[in-house]
Write a protein that binds this ligand. Sequence first.
Ligand SMILES: C[S@@+](CC[C@H](N)C(=O)[O-])C[C@H]1O[C@@H](n2cnc3c(N)ncnc32)[C@H](O)[C@@H]1O
Length: 259
Amino acid sequence: MKPSRDTSWHKVGKWYNEKVGDRGSYYHEHVVLPGVVRLLKLNANSSLLDLGCGQGVLARQIPKNLKYVGIDAAASLITFAKKLDHNPNHQFLIGDVTQPLPITEKFSHAAIILALQNIEQPALAIKNSAEHLVPGGKLIIVLNHPAFRIPRQSSWGIDEQSKLQYRRENIYMSGLKIPITMHPGLERGGAAPLRSQLTWSFHEPISAYTKMLADNHFVIEQIEEWTSDKESVGKAGRMENRSRAEFPLFLAIQARLDR
Ligand SMILES: C[S@@+](CC[C@H](N)C(=O)[O-])C[C@H]1O[C@@H](n2cnc3c(N)ncnc32)[C@H](O)[C@@H]1O
């Protein structure tokens, strides 16, 4: 397999670890992790492979007696994961999830949480999840909603006449590679962002992800769209709450390995 661009978050690992902490960022804690745990439906015989596991936030949310392996390309985040989690059933490994994985075993469940859009060749990560799931195994993917949250290409606008907050989309169908500066504050004063502050995001339309799943013998069982639970008050409150309820932040896909 051709190695893809280095998309690991190693260099922003300290910042990301502080942002996520032990229990997750705001949206991890309020929306993403409860949704993932509900969809996974783990039982006493389950085992979980977490691709792009970061500092292991999902591992700390699952029943303690289950076998869990988390793999991430960022050595710094794997170090933080090990510091935060001493469960002997949990293993954290450094690895590029688009390359053959540093494990041989198969799992009943796999998860790719808020990571597939940071991987240049997401189809290879999905292929790897298929190769390490037992027949009929379950894969949960959570994405920043590909239709409504396209970095640099989607934004809020306000229609003053109808008092509506709308979502503007400049593109949707085209795949995109988007460099993201992780510490925007450091850019002030006109200095160019340091390379070490960049991470990559890769936009694909939803149909591209469904094709990657189908190509790797997955059937989609369920798609959920998760909105923010935040609430605005004051003059613009009603308008903002309405648009918040209309435009989901996250797309969750539950797929089953059909072989
Ligand atoms: C936004 S973070 C999400 C991490 C974690 N799942 C969470 O929810 O906190 C994206 C992660 O994808 C990882 N990543 C990017 N490309 C990767 C690759 N090719 N192989 C493994 N991990 C990768 C990054 O290192 C980073 O930890």
